[in-house]
Design a binder for this molecule. Sequence first.
Ligand code: DAT
Ligand code: MG
Length: 152
Amino acid sequence: MSERTFVMVKPDGVQRGLIGEIISRFETRGLKLAGAKFMQIDEELAHEHYGEHEDKPFFDDLVEFITAGPVMAMVWEGQDATRQVRRMMGETDPADSAPGTIRGDFGLDLGRNVIHGSDNEDEGANEREIALFFDEDELVDYERIDAEWLYE
Ligand code: DAT
Ligand code: MG
């Protein structure tokens, strides 16, 4: 089923010049870009976005990192998009991520793992995160011209 998922190139990925490479992977996979925003996350948004980790020992470092520079926030759409993006990202720790995944190709350290994607095992994470970063009128509804060659 076609769905939308929230994806973000984190400050390390932006600084390391990986925005284009990461967008390219999702584009060529066949996913459709529905929205994009180059922005810097403030403290308040960081706390909301990572609220589930508030009590974890790494929370303060996580907030400091995610607010340290600009991010590329995006919404990608397609069949099974949330799970497919997570598979393309790899594991949370780049050290455990297979080569060929984004974290496995571009990262080495858990605290610098390049990309965020909504948790496919957390029901409602997509909608919650999309709403946190985008207004409804910032998302675009259109068809990719190759849609009939991407889907049977
Ligand atoms: P993911 O980003 O794969 O969804 P998560 O939601 O469990 O992983 O954690 C959010 C981010 O927090 C993760 O991208 C990196 C950081 N993080 C997670 N576990 C950590 C740990 N044990 N030590 C340090 N940072 C951690
Ligand atoms: Mg997560």
